[in-house]
Ligand binder design. Structure first.
Ligand code: KIV
Ligand code: ZN
Length: 541
């Protein structure tokens, strides 16, 4: 491989999924993994298999499907899983990733004194020995082994050299340097990478990688400092999602290298026209909205409102624009289909967009497309994506929306009548009043589903321009009875919140769908929790 090629390691489904509220269903994870592959990422970190049986299953499914594309000339991404430096995690990781044509085990152990003392309660010597043993153990399963010294940004560089040398001797093929708490600055981080590459014995045998967090807003700058100093893999997430302030944004790093080729002189394998679409998918499925002024993928990233800018743009768009919106897939949406388009045309467009729907799924999508085409003259790619996202979001449904009617305005109390189907297919209809139409709808849904929760976030926006646009709603809720989840990487507990997505030309219907999607995820998690407690009681009896 060309020595200036930078591998894009996407960790949206692992580190990104650790964002508060980013709980994804396995269908959503699979769909995101397919899209990441289409985007052209080199490595997909699909999850943390030892975290739970569900996590293992999710990674395995991605390894089986996305790690073995059937198209003859398709690029085959490496499918990686994360594992703590212990035998159980490494075995579980291998169980999940071994199904991919190119599997990778990514194992990590902290190296900063603060982690050694308070988290691991291990000496420096013990850590070195554990790295030797566990990298060698991972190597007995898989040729491709990545090692990360967690909290490298705050570790003693001399000690890091010792640990990394041992990792290379034990067979690591990629060494990833994480700034776990987003503490370093670009100058410092760049110098750290340079020093490690120059001074670790055997450095030329491995790929050097960087993994930055955004606590000081420096993740992209630090990552770019890393590649400027010899790193040839970047660990990133779509939209920069991740716990606390998030991880490095894939789109920012890729577009910086892409827009400034003379400065960086680096290549990558990303199809930049897929960036915008991937960003929308990740935002819809995680329920985490993208801030309007977010670089590259924010709604205002290419909007030029000030009069002076518009005047400049009309004269020559290079006056205020350093990238073309089409380069990242914005405005690439074609006016594709209309009222008279048939099932074949719809199927063909879905295939072009990268969705391989089964006959049943296509039937459902076609019915929804016809419904939408009756309300909206032209249907764009963004509309079709919103429909598919909505269908995928409803795949794991326990309760589904069967009908609803709302009365609101300035006269009388807003009232919603909602009809839901329960998991047995039985219908339930309830009317409720509220402070507004959404409140009334949510109260009616609550009265049927009976799953106590707090609504933490509600966001609404239009998919396309125009008065007849589809409305997209994302919500995030926190269950009252759900226990925190153990974060196996941090060895701390994490409050669990659940996101939901809905799309419809009627924004109250979209709001109901989004809330139901989040409630269904919460119900599934509550059931899993009850089952786990039940089996513990059975074991104790
Ligand atoms: O931030 C971090 O240190 C990580 C490692 C597991 C790579 O996510
Ligand atoms: Zn991380």
């Amino acid at each position: 491989m060309n020595s200036n090629y930078v591998r894009i390691f996407d960790t949206t489904l692992r580190d990104g999924e650790q964002s508060p509220g980013a709980s994804l269903t396995s269908a959503e994870k699979l769909e995101i993994a397919r899209q990441l592959s289409k985007l052209g990422v080199d490595i997909i970190e699909a999850g943390f298999p030892a975290a739970s049986p569900d996590d293992l299953e999710g990674v395995k499914q991605i390894a089986v499907e996305v790690g073995n594309p059937i198209e003859p000339n398709a690029r085959v991404p490496i499918i990686a899983g994360l594992a703590r430096a212990n035998k159980n995690d490494i075995e579980k990781c291998w169980d999940a990733v071994k199904h991919a044509r190119h599997p990778r085990i990514h194992t990590f152990l902290a190296t900063s004194d603060i982690h050694l003392k308070y988290k691991l309660k291990m000496s420096r010597e013990q850590v070195v020995e554990r790295v030797r043993e566990m990298v060698s153990y991972a190597k007995t399963f898989c040729d491709d082994v990545e090692f990360s010294p967690e909290d490298a940004g705050r570790s003693d560089p001399e000690y890091l050299l010792e640990v990394l040398e041992v990792a290379i001797q034990a067979g690591a093929t990629t060494l990833n340097i994480p700034d776990t708490v987003g503490y370093t600055t670009p100058q410092e981080f760049g110098a750290l990478i340079k020093g490690l590459i120059e001074n670790t014995p055997g450095a030329d045998k491995v790929i050097w990688s960087v993994h930055c967090h955004d606590d000081l807003g420096l993740a992209t700058a630090n990552t770019l400092a890393g590649v400027s100093n010899g790193a040839r893999q970047v660990e990133v997430t779509m939209n920069g999602i991740g716990e606390r302030a998030g991880n490095t944004s894939l789109e920012e790093v890729v577009m910086a290298m892409h827009t400034r080729p003379a400065l960086f002189g680096l290549q990558h394998g990303i199809d930049t026209t897929q960036i915008s679409r991937t960003s929308r998918m990740v935002s819809n499925f995680t329920g985490i909205p993208v801030q309007p002024n977010k670089a590259i993928v924010g709604a205002n990233a290419f909007a030029h409102e000030a009069g002076i800018h518009q005047d400049g743009m009309l004269k020559n768009n290079m006056t205020y624009e350093i990238m073309k919106p089409e380069t990242v897939g914005v405005n690439a949406s074609r006016l594709v289909l209309g009222k008279h388009s048939g099932r074949h045309a719809l199927k063909a467009r879905f295939v072009e967009l990268g969705y391989n729907l089964s006959d049943d799924e296509l039937d459902q999508a076609f019915a929804r497309f016809k419904e939408l085409a009756d309300k909206k003259k032209v249907i764009t790619d963004a509309d079709l994506e919103a429909l598919v996202s909505d269908e995928i979001a409803s795949l794991n449904e326990l309760f589904s929306l069967d009908g609803m009617q709302v009365a609101c305005g300035t006269m009388g109390m807003p009232t919603a009548t909602v009809r839901l189907k329960d998991p047995e297919g039985k219908q339930h209809t309830i009317a409720a009043i509220g402070t507004g139409p959404v409140d009334a709808t949510y109260k009616a849904i609550d009265a049927i589903v009976n799953c106590p929760n707090t609504l933490l976030e509600f966001n609404i926006h239009a998919v396309t321009e125009g008065i007849d646009a589809l409305g997209q709603v994302t919500v995030r809720i926190q269950g009252k009875d759900i226990q925190p989840r153990m974060d196996v990487q941090r060895e701390t507990e994490r409050t669990r919140t659940f996101g939901g997505y809905g799309a419809d030309t009627d924004i109250i219907v979209a709001s109901a769908k989004a809330y139901l999607a989040a409630l269904n995820k919460l119900l599934i998690a509550t059931q899993a929790q009850e089952n786990a407690m039940g089996s513990e009681v059975a074991l104790m009896a």
